[in-house]
Each structure stands twice: as C-alpha cells, then as structure tokens.
Design a protein around this ligand. Structure first.
Ligand code: ASP
Length: 333
C-alpha cells in the first residue's frame, strides 16, 4: 500500500481503536517517576511492532503464547513482512535504490545484549535471519554487502530476485520525474521494528527494512545500526524506530529512549523526548517522518512520531490492538 493511502487508512481505521495500552501509557505520564531499575514484569508476554503489521504480531504471539522465547518471536514475526511482496518497504518486494537494486538492512538483539546486523544485503529474502546467524555463529556484529551475501549462501540461504513487477514499474516511473535524485519525504516509511517480552520476562527486538526508496547506492540507514534503529536492555526495556534514518542515527535514537526509560521516564515520555530532541535540531522542518516505539520491563508501551499517521500493532493476553500514536505536528503537513 502506498504511504499516502496508508496514512489516510490508518488514521481512520485506528482512530477508534486507541487501545488500553496507549491509554495506560498516557496515564503513566501522570504517575510518579519510576526507579531506574524496574524489577518485575507484569504485562507479559507481549509483542509490539511499528505500523499496523498485525500478521507479524500474530505470528510472534503464536510463539510467545506457547511459551516460546522473545528472540524467536521477533525473528519469526518480522519474517512475515520480509516475505510479503506487497510490503514495499521490507524484504522481498522492497523498493530499490536509485540504481534499481534492492538492498536490505536488518538487525536483531537478545536479552543478553548480543546482537547481529546485516547492511546493504542483496538477493536474500530474510535479512533478519542472516543477522541472527551473524550474532550466533560469528565473533562479529555487522556484515555488509557482498560479504554478508556470501555468508548467507554459506548458511543455506537461497538467492532470490527481490524486485517485483510492481516495484520495477514504480522505479521506472520514478526515474522519469525524479531525475536520479533521492528526495526525503514523509512517506514510504514502513520499516518493521518489533519488541517482545516472553513469559520469562526477557526482552528481544528485531528491525528490518529495504531502507529509503531510491536512496543513493550504498546508503545504509538506522535500521541495522544497534542503538539507532533498535536497542534492547533487558533490565530496562527496548526501543525501535522508523522514518528517516539519518535523523535517528544522529541522536542514536533507540539507545537514547532506553536510557531515558532507565532514568525513570515511561515509554511514552521517552519516545516524546526522543522526537523532540530531533525536532529541536530541525526547527521548522516538516519534510520528514520519524516514529519511535518503546516498551519497558513492565510491558508498558509508548510511541511518538513527527507527523500524524504512525501506528503500532500490539498483541498481549487481552488480544491484538492497533494503536494510533500522538505526533509532534498535530495536523498532516
Ligand atoms: N528507517 C529506515 C531507513 O532510514 C526507513 C524507514 O523506516 O522507512 O532506512
């Protein structure tokens, strides 16, 4: 679905669906600040992900609700979107760079702070699983480009053409008007970042994307950068981001949000502060979107974005919800 259509649809469909969790996190804003270490986990298991990727949270929930661990849940959850050719911002069917190549970024992080990442990976449907293999089977954290691709083949991943008829056509159209120029906009930001807490109270996260559409060849965004697109601290919580990665990297956004939660902020307050820090350095700019999503050790969630339209999907024992998050700019610009 095109971003513009998505924003419209999500605004309407989610308007009546502001969930208990969102209300809960708003209430938390009024509560007293929490101590820096949150000892117990009350709302578990739970999974959340950026945007309304309900199929992804359903898959993760299958694992969490049968006593599976949060790492398997986030990996398998985001794989749903990576394999979906109609999601044109993640995995198979992701929009290409300005040379017509689909290049993928992904990272994963577990409860012990282990992490793995792939950047500028081509021809592989599931970069998140390659990132997990980097984490588990190598002494490294990040593999890039050809090396990452070679590593994927060595680990049994199949070569797949990721460009679809639809993205090929859009790319040809884009070339006519955009004259090979990468233009920042508030659309086309549907990276999936997922955070989960399992029955043991352990937190894991995953983030995967085809990055900014028609980006300069070689460009890597925030999504595979630990601390920027994703960060997990099992003592505190986790955070993930979507939107223009350059701005998220500059503030080390997800790490910042987890640290703000460590200092006592609720997930909602921490996400708001993260966006406000970015906007402070970008006074008056309206041409980009960023959405942050966070969860704390208690399973409380929060989100905040620059422009209206960012949503997140959540699955807990009380069911699945789509949550509209509040934004820095109150009206669509
Ligand atoms: N954060 C991603 C990137 O900058 C893009 C997105 O979320 O759509 O690569």
């Amino acid at each position: 679905m095109k971003r513009r259509t998505f924003i419209k649809n999500s605004t309407f469909s989610a308007a009546g669906l502001i969930s208990a969790s969102l209300l809960a996190s708003n209430n938390n804003e009024q509560k007293e600040k929490k101590p820096s270490k949150i000892a117990s986990t009350s709302n578990k298991p739970i999974v959340v992900c950026t945007w309304n990727f309900n199929k992804a949270t359903s898959k993760a929930w299958e694992i969490l609700s049968t006593d599976g661990n949060s790492l398997d849940a986030v990996e398998q959850g985001v794989m749903v979107e990576e394999a979906d050719p109609t999601n044109e911002t993640v995995g198979l069917g992701g929009r290409p760079d300005r040379d017509g190549n689909v290049t993928l970024d992904a990272c994963i992080m577990d409860k012990d702070g282990n992490c793995g990442s792939v950047v500028y990976l081509q021809n592989i449907v599931h970069p998140i699983s390659v990132a997990r293999k980097v984490m588990e089977n190598t002494p490294h954290i990040i593999l890039a480009g050809k090396g990452a691709e070679q590593f994927a083949y060595e680990n049994g991943f199949k070569k797949t053409d990721l460009l679809t008829e639809s993205t090929k056509k859009q790319y040809e159209e884009w070339k006519k008007t955009s004259k090979y120029e990468t233009i920042i906009n508030i659309e086309n930001h549907d990276t999936i970042g997922m955070l989960a807490i399992d029955n043991n109270g352990d937190i894991a996260g995953a983030c995967t994307t085809s990055g900014m559409a028609y980006k300069v060849a070689g460009r890597v965004g925030d999504s595979p950068i630990i601390g920027a697109g994703l960060y997990i601290d099992n003592e505190v919580g986790g955070a993930t981001a979507t939107g223009v990665g350059e701005e998220v990297i500059k503030t080390v956004g997800s790490f910042l949000i987890v640290e703000l939660m460590r200092q006592g902020k609720s997930p909602q307050e921490a996400c708001e502060e993260g966006v406000k820090r970015i906007m402070k350095k970008n006074k008056g700019r309206t041409d980009f979107q960023i959405g942050f999503l966070a969860i704390n050790k208690n399973g409380e969630t929060g989100g905040y974005c620059v422009h209206p339209g960012f949503t997140y999907s959540q699955f807990t024992n009380t069911g699945q919800t789509e949550n509209q998050v509040e934004s820095f700019y109150k009206k669509q610009n």
